[in-house]
Design a protein around this ligand. Structure first.
Ligand code: OAD
Length: 248
């Protein structure tokens, strides 16, 4: 793919860059995006019907088992060249902020130093009663694990539909969107708020918008540069062109 020279130059000279990623960035690591059809056992459920507080109240075991299955896939997945390219960008741009809607932790696994996780992380759990966060827990053979402090049911430490996003992360994300020269929206369908509004907010504050996505999204007509294709191919090429760095 021919990369716009204007974008390559803008990236090379940029002092402040903010990036928002979505499930498309992990697609080349073998993880399904949210709006892909789900496979196997879970094909009969829609994520929107499992990822809610109401679903957990109704049937905690069903929701726990779905997340346990997804956690297993996440733990087997490896970062792909898109994750590595973003980690490389972080080293070369003075003020670089990476915001993700993904809960898989693959940006950190690729070496990205600081990641704003808007929707939490599936590798952690927290108590549904006292909110204690844990990264290790005892799994009973056929039940939902319980909190060691208060015996409440443990749940994944992720944001469910209808829940508010963590305040500090949200504020940091809008702050970084407000003060950047280039804002990248990568592998996200841009339909879930408030993450979807970050790009428009950045644009209103003077940033140029770069979208990298396999297909057009509602953001595409507003983007200054819309690159259609795979993030794992476009991002390494862009980093190589801008910084003469090879991404493996
Ligand atoms: P989606 O599944 O909605 O969108 C993934 C996007 O990635 C789509 O626009 C695809 O075209 C694009 N895509 C797929 N493969 C790609 C690739 N290899 N390279 C580039 N783009 C690719 O995922 P998100 O936008 O992340 O929220 O979804 C946002 C939120 O909605 C999720 O965090 C989750 C979900 O419901 C919560 O759970 C709160």
């Amino acid at each position: 793919m021919e990369l716009p020279l204007e974008l390559v130059n803008a990236l090379r000279l940029a002092q402040r860059v903010t990036v928002l990623t979505g499930a498309g960035v992990s697609q080349e690591s073998g993880l399904r995006t949210f709006r892909d059809a789900q496979d196997g056992l879970w094909a009969q459920y829609r994520p929107e019907d499992l990822a809610t507080p109401q679903a957990f109240q109704r049937n905690p075991k069903l929701v726990w088992d779905w997340y346990a299955w997804r956690r297993e896939k996440v733990c087997q997945a490896k970062p792909n060249p898109a994750h590595y390219a973003l980690a490389a960008m972080a080293k070369r741009i003075p003020k670089f902020t990476l915001i993700t809607q993904n809960v898989d932790g693959l940006h950190q696994a690729a070496g990205s130093p600081r990641v704003i996780e808007l929707h939490g992380n599936i590798r952690r759990v927290r108590c549904s009663v006292c909110a204690q966060v844990l990264s290790q827990w005892d799994q009973p053979p056929d039940d939902v694990p319980r909190c060691p402090s208060c015996n409440g049911l443990l749940r994944p430490d992720v944001v469910w539909f209808g829940e508010t996003l963590p305040q500090a992360e949200l504020e940091a994300a809008f702050e970084a969107a407000q003060h950047c020269e280039l804002f990248f929206s990568i592998g996200t369908s841009g339909v879930v708020q408030p993450a979807a509004s970050l790009a428009y907010f950045a644009q209103q504050h003077g940033a140029r918008i770069v979208e990298i996505n396999a297909e057009p999204t509602p953001l595409t007509p507003f983007a200054d540069f819309a690159l259609q294709g795979k993030a794992g191919e476009i991002l390494p090429a862009l980093v190589k062109s801008a910084f003469l760095a090879q991404i493996t």
